[in-house]
Design a protein. Structure first.
Length: 319
């Protein structure tokens, strides 16, 4: 009789170990990315300041062109000066915080609703939960990478830009979410479904049960959805009405799947949605304000040159 419980405990530990190792690997990867790329970006921007500054009366513009195959068209100039942080950002952030805070009082009842036996034993809901949980992560990362490489393969700069920018937003959102999770130290509903107010500052660094707020899955899902909306409106405006409901619908269902799996409270999902959306908006502003930043120079072709048997993509990693 004593061997059976012991075996069950060993099985749980073995099944959880790869998940814990993956989370640690992702955290190291996110932090490593920040430590390596952001200093390089700052150095590149500082180096650019040594160039002669334009006269105040000169209008600095960026030429935006849609490149599809060998065709070059739909080029337009627009002002390059883009403010990164704006006053209305604080208002939007306060709105998200207010909604999330208002949900704390009903977090426990919502969590219990998702954990009812009739809900948990429904095979259709269980299958859909697994699908959309994967769509949130790593699905959003896979779609981002696939879009980038397909864009390069099809000689489509807009598509490659789509993939790169969604990847940037996902990484930024993931870094912020992981950092906030570990610092805030909110207990997951799986730890105690009756206590959504269990906060222990910085406990998330040592205990994964205290990494609930915000949901990282939902953050990256909404970062990808927002980037998809921005890039589609910019390059394929006619498809926007289809992309918006699909992208945000999938992101919202990713949030529902995290509650179904008892990994996050409803307020965690709202906070993750706000953080992911803002991450995408922030990186879009950065890219528009710094069109020649290090990420664009390294990962996107600067031009498409026709050849007898196709095209050549030309990069310009240096100014």
């Amino acid at each position: 009789m004593t061997l059976r419980p012991s075996g069950r405990r060993n099985t749980v530990l073995l099944n959880q170990a790869p998940h814990q190792n993956m989370k640690q690997l992702l955290r190291v990867a996110f932090l490593g990315f920040v430590c390596l790329t952001w200093p390089a970006s700052i150095v590149a921007q500082m180096a650019s300041q040594t160039l002669p500054a334009p006269h105040p009366s000169d209008k600095v513009t960026q030429k935006s062109c849609r490149l599809t195959g060998l065709a070059v068209g739909h080029c337009a100039n627009f002002d390059q000066h883009v403010t990164l942080f704006r006053r209305r950002d604080a208002i939007a952030a306060l709105g998200v915080v207010a909604v999330a805070a208002s949900l704390v009082s009903v977090d426990a009842s919502i969590a219990r609703g998702f954990q009812r036996s009739s809900v948990q034993t429904n095979q259709g809901l269980k299958g859909a939960s697994n699908v959309f949980n994967t769509v949130g992560f790593p699905g959003s990362v896979i779609v981002s990478a696939a879009t980038y490489f397909i864009g390069l393969g099809e000689h489509s700069r807009p598509m490659a830009t789509f993939g790169l920018h969604s990847g940037e937003a996902i990484v930024l959102g993931g870094v912020l979410a992981e950092g906030l999770q570990m610092t805030i130290g909110r207990a997951r509903p799986s730890h105690d479904i009756t206590d959504p107010r269990d906060f222990r500052f910085a406990k998330g660094f040592s205990d994964d049960d205290y990494t609930s707020l915000p949901s990282a899955h939902v953050t990256v899902a909404f970062a990808a959805a927002t980037t998809a909306t921005i890039e589609t409106r910019r390059s394929w405006p006619g498809a926007t009405r289809y992309v918006i409901p699909v992208a945000y619908g999938a992101a919202a269902l990713a949030g529902a799947s995290r509650m179904y799996k008892n990994k996050h409270w409803a307020s965690d999902v709202v906070a993750g949605a706000g953080l992911g959306t803002y991450s995408a908006v922030l990186f879009d502003r950065y890219n528009r304000g710094h069109p020649d930043n290090i990420f664009e120079r390294v990962f996107l072709p600067k031009s498409v040159l026709p050849e007898s048997r196709g095209v050549t993509l030309v990069w310009s990693p240096l100014r």
